[in-house]
Ligand binder design. Structure first.
Ligand SMILES: [Zn+2]
Length: 252
């Protein structure tokens, strides 16, 4: 009898392992390393505050997050730039000028600033789908941390916020998931900012959608604004892969 259960248990483990392998294998593989050029705008002391060690740690975290679609990133250089105005960043008035002054082709340009005034209060921002768009960029506040890097690179690879409502609010039952919200169906409807995640990463809100259904968002999703963010979903990986694949052949 013990032998029978051992075999059953072993079979179950093997089946689970195969199922996990299948879900990983079903993701497309871009097999691509992108080169990052980091620009730190200095403050009036002219002393850089972002170390190479911290940059490489953030990029290592980025590599872990993007590994399932065989995308990785490598720092080619960090340039310290004396241009104090740009250290307090207004996207509308500075983005085009910064790109014309400092950007290089066939690299991902990351700009590190002390403060982002526009878009207001952001820890970072990125061109949506910038991986396939010339003259695109990622802007991050210095020391914002690897979670912000991953979130902004999610945007750069075409992901919207899970709580996006610019194309309508996603319903909890998912019936409009292809068009509303973030347009991705394996990320549940997210009512942010109407709700929070507690320290156990449980969602807390009494908010209901238009059908009267309670929300249960993925508080662990990198494209949410909850403190628990730690993963992308399968369909988000597919979207990021596809966003890269539509880049003009001359772009990379
Ligand atoms: Zn964002």
């Amino acid at each position: 009898m013990l032998k029978y259960f051992s075999i059953l248990f072993f079979t179950l483990i093997v089946q689970l392992a195969v199922a996990q392998k299948d879900s990983v294998n079903s993701l497309p593989c871009a097999n691509r390393t992108f080169i990052i050029l980091a620009h730190e705008f200095l403050d009036t002391t002219r002393i850089p505050s972002v170390t190479l060690a911290s940059l490489n740690a953030d990029i290592a975290a980025l590599n872990n997050a993007f590994a399932p679609i065989c995308v990785s990133f490598k720092l080619c250089e960090k340039r310290d730039i004396i241009n104090y105005n740009f250290n307090v960043w207004y996207s509308d008035s500075m983005q085009a000028e910064a790109l014309s002054l400092y950007a290089e082709d066939r690299l991902i340009d990351v700009y590190l600033v002390d403060e982002i005034k526009e878009p207001g209060g952001a820890a970072g921002y990125a061109t949506l789908g910038g991986i396939s768009i010339p003259n695109s960029l990622v802007v991050l506040t210095k020391g914002s941390g690897s979670g912000v890097w991953i979130h902004e690179f999610g945007h750069y690879f075409g992901l919207e916020h899970t709580f996006d409502i610019s194309n309508g609010a996603e319903l909890v039952n998912g019936s409009n998931c292809t068009t509303a919200g973030d347009g991705i169906c394996d990320t549940p409807a997210d009512p942010y900012p109407n709700g929070t995640a507690n320290s156990l990463c449980e969602f807390q809100s009494s908010q209901k959608d238009a059908n009267g259904d309670y929300y249960l968002p993925d508080v662990e999703n990198y494209m949410s604004y909850y403190i628990c963010a730690c993963r992308f979903t399968h369909d988000q990986y597919v979207r990021m892969y596809n966003t890269y694949m539509i880049a003009p052949k001359t772009h990379w």
